[in-house]
Design a protein around this ligand. Structure first.
Ligand code: MOS
Length: 736
């Protein structure tokens, strides 16, 4: 039986998708379904002084108008990230009271027989506000500044240190600090000390957030666009104050998410509430502007990086102070804080004996920030890798050579070994494929006519996570042959989980892929972690291998023998086994699991217009074994496209007076389109990380974005001599 793992394999769900038979959340047609339209606040800070729903209630087709005055009781949604607690996008329940904390915050839900009737009536809801000047910028001196006490459920060391420069703070969350950073910086022959900023960045998934809720005999069923049915079930059960066993969340297909669909949105809670009150199904779909205003985003940030080095470029100290935005507090539990984990990366990326970090939150009148693709790494690598390029320029050392000299063979600080690290090979192969040896290091020296050419590079990284999955494997006799069904609640959000599950099961059982059925995205299936943290392939594949092993043992089939004959010979109509993979969050007692890569970028800059075109990108990644090369290319190149958007285009802007998003739709919020995207050449080392799981796979959903923004900024500097430290690198930043 030829093995299918490692073979380029087309998506087994492709036909359903292109023929419109893949059901997304908003597409369920339930009998008697009503349509809910959310009304958003038109101020960003203040109170609802009066809300008049009379006209809306009288409008044709309207069956319910919910506001904070009549919405009734909701339970508190906890803040956890696991399937026993769930997490809320906005930590305050929807329509909690008359407080408005961000523009677009829901102030009413209008439900009618048809969508058009609900849209019409939503415009008739009359709200009078008492408006306060909103807090909209990280550097607003009125905005409360706090040091988070804990983040992400990961224990962090809390330290106090003396305030230093403008962005420094007096109470720090420090992550993996080691050595004497201040002493080493004072003594370092060379220092580089700059602040790098970035605006709020949105996940911009193609499918808007949507939920259809229905109740039958006290059981709630929600069709939801979620990357985490288990978490959503727990959160909705808490909000509705019913046992989790009475809630089912269904998400067989999800149109992209990138972190924005981990937590449960107020739209889903209100759909469930309205459906219960009305005794009929209710569907609520966010408009695109509502997605921008009321769904989480990568926080605006300012990161100050201070590097101390010797004349040979060897790092002696790294300081990393991060400031990110948070939502004004207003009484929500502070264990529901979101702290972008930037320091997880800076503490381990390079061999450096002295390291110090700090994090500060600035509370603003904008939706609470949260998970967005490579949360932490995408921002940290923007700042740290830019600073490394500045250090390379200062010392006249080639940027790749500088990274090699600072390569960390073990994790700095504690000396814990990496399970499998091939970063040096990524530098070598990437440089080779890109032609880096031809680079003239002098800024502005490489030209094509009037066009300036710049080459930049950066290190990429993302941890190896396994957040746990239970998989059921059922093998049945069918007309003299056998078929297998693999079931788990994990979601295929576009990353190709259906296919890789089928491939893994096919190899584990010695059956062709065509005989494997896959069931995903339903809380009725065995529980599974979120499709997030690039973890699902590793989590699910491990459990499939274990479940298949269990079946083999039971039927006495040798590990490499095909399974079908044994099932047929056993006389059983069906055999079934379940297995659960354990949780590994980046490390065990013994080993650190971390992916790495190197990304190289060529930009072409028109010096008169400041126009930047990315001409080509080469990325080489060490992500463990690659199970499906087609999906791997998709994921890695897709991540690079994200990085190009972060570098050149993206940023949610808020009106400084009224605090509303001023480019909160797909006309105003720029993301890369095909014309912006050059040839992207991604490759991988394909070294299995067998300490991580039996297949040696580490996942690759997020690493592709990391490093790209710094590589672009470094390439722009190489082309023009202009160092841009504020994202996005828009043309006006080059015209000064
Ligand atoms: Mo991802 S930001 O862990 O969905």
């Amino acid at each position: 039986m030829p093995r299918v793992i490692g073979q380029p394999t087309s998506r087994i769900d492709a036909r359903r998708k292109v023929t419109g038979r893949a059901d997304y959340a908003a597409e369920a047609l339930l009998p008697g379904m009503a349509h809910g339209v959310l009304v958003g606040a038109t101020i960003a800070s203040g109170r609802v002084e009066a809300i008049d729903t009379t006209a809306a209630e009288r409008a044709p087709g309207v069956v319910l108008v919910l506001t904070h005055r009549n919405r009734g009781r909701l339970g508190a949604m906890p803040s956890g990230l696991d399937w026993t607690t769930g997490q809320a996008l906005d930590p305050r329940p929807p329509l909690a009271d008359d407080h408005v904390r961000y523009h677009g915050q829901y102030v009413a839900l209008v439900v009618a027989d048809t969508l058009e009737q609900a849209q019409h009536a939503a415009r008739l809801v009359a709200v009078r506000y008492q408006e306060q000047p909103p807090l909209v910028a990280l550097d607003d001196p009125r905005a409360p500044r706090v040091a988070p006490e804990a983040a992400l459920g990961v224990p962090l060391r809390i330290e106090r240190s003396a305030p230093v420069a403008p962005l420094d703070i007096d109470v720090d969350v420090a992550c993996g600090d080691h050595g004497d950073c201040r002493g080493a910086l004072a003594a370092a022959p060379v220092t580089v000390d700059h602040t790098y900023t970035s605006p709020a960045e949105h996940a911009t998934a193609m499918e808007p957030h949507a939920a259809i809720a229905s109740w039958t005999d006290g059981e709630l069923v929600v069709h939801s666009s979620t990357q985490y049915v288990g978490g959503e079930r727990a959160a909705l059960a808490a909000a509705m104050e019913v046992p989790v066993e009475r809630v089912r969340v269904v998400a067989p297909f999800v149109g992209g998410m990138f972190g924005s669909k981990i937590a449960t949105g107020g739209h889903a809670v209100l759909a469930a509430l309205a459906a219960r009150q009305l005794g009929r199904p209710v569907k609520v779909v966010l408009t695109r502007p509502q997605v921008f205003a009321t769904v989480t985003h990568r926080p605006a940030s300012a990161q100050r990086i201070t590097l101390g080095a010797g004349p040979d470029g060897r790092l002696q100290a790294i300081r990393h102070h991060t400031v990110t935005q948070s939502l004004v507090e207003d009484g929500y539990p502070d264990d529901n804080e979101y702290v972008e984990p930037t320091t997880f990366t800076s503490r381990m990326l390079y061999a450096c004996p002295n390291y110090e970090s700090a994090h500060e939150l600035v509370r603003l009148n904008q939706m609470k920030p949260g998970w967005v693709r490579a949360p932490g790494e995408a921002l940290c690598t923007w700042a740290l890798e830019s600073a490394m390029d500045e250090l390379a320029c200062r010392l006249g050392i080639d940027p790749v050579e500088l990274r090699r000299r600072n390569h960390a063979a073990v994790r700095p600080g504690d000396g814990k070994p990496f399970s499998s690290k091939h970063l040096l090979a990524c530098y070598d192969r990437g440089a080779e494929r890109f032609g880096w040896a031809q680079r003239d290091p002098r800024p502005g020296s490489m030209r094509d006519g009037d066009v300036r050419i710049g080459w930049g590079m950066a290190t990429a990284t993302y941890p190896g996570l396994r957040l746990g999955a239970t998989v059921r494997l059922r093998v049945e006799r069918l007309d003299g042959s056998v078929t297998a069904t693999v079931s788990t609640a994990g979601a295929d959000v576009g990353q190709g989980l259906y296919t890789v599950v089928a491939m893994t099961a096919a190899d584990a059982l010695g059956l062709p892929v065509e005989l494997i059925s896959v069931e995903l995205g339903d809380t009725r299936l065995p529980p599974c972690a979120q499709a997030g943290g690039s973890n699902l392939t590793a989590s699910v594949a491990s459990a499939i291998v274990d479940a298949a092993g269990e079946l083999r043992r039971r039927l006495g089939v040798a590990p490499d023998a095909p399974f079908a004959d044994a099932v047929l010979a056993s006389g059983e109509a069906a055999v079934e086994a379940e297995a659960t993979s354990t949780v590994i969050v980046g490390e065990t007692d013994r080993l650190v699991f971390q992916s790495f890569g190197a990304v190289f970028v060529e930009v072409r800059v028109d010096p008169d217009l400041g126009r930047i075109r990315v001409a080509r990108v080469v990325g080489v990644y060490d992500v463990g074994r690659v199970l499906n090369p087609l999906a791997a290319r998709n994921q890695l190149a897709g991540g690079v496209v994200w990085g190009l958007g972060q570098a050149l285009l993206e940023g949610l802007a808020y009106d400084p007076v009224h605090g509303q998003p001023i480019n909160g739709d797909l006309a105003g919020y720029l993301v890369p389109v095909h014309a912006d995207i050059p040839a992207i050449d991604v490759g991988w080392i394909d070294a299995p990380d067998l300490d991580f799981n039996p297949l040696g796979v580490r996942g690759m959903g997020e690493i592709g974005i990391t490093g790209v923004a710094a590589a672009v900024a470094s390439a722009v500097h190489h082309a023009t001599g202009v160092r841009v430290r504020d994202l996005p690198i828009s043309p006006e930043r080059l015209l000064g």
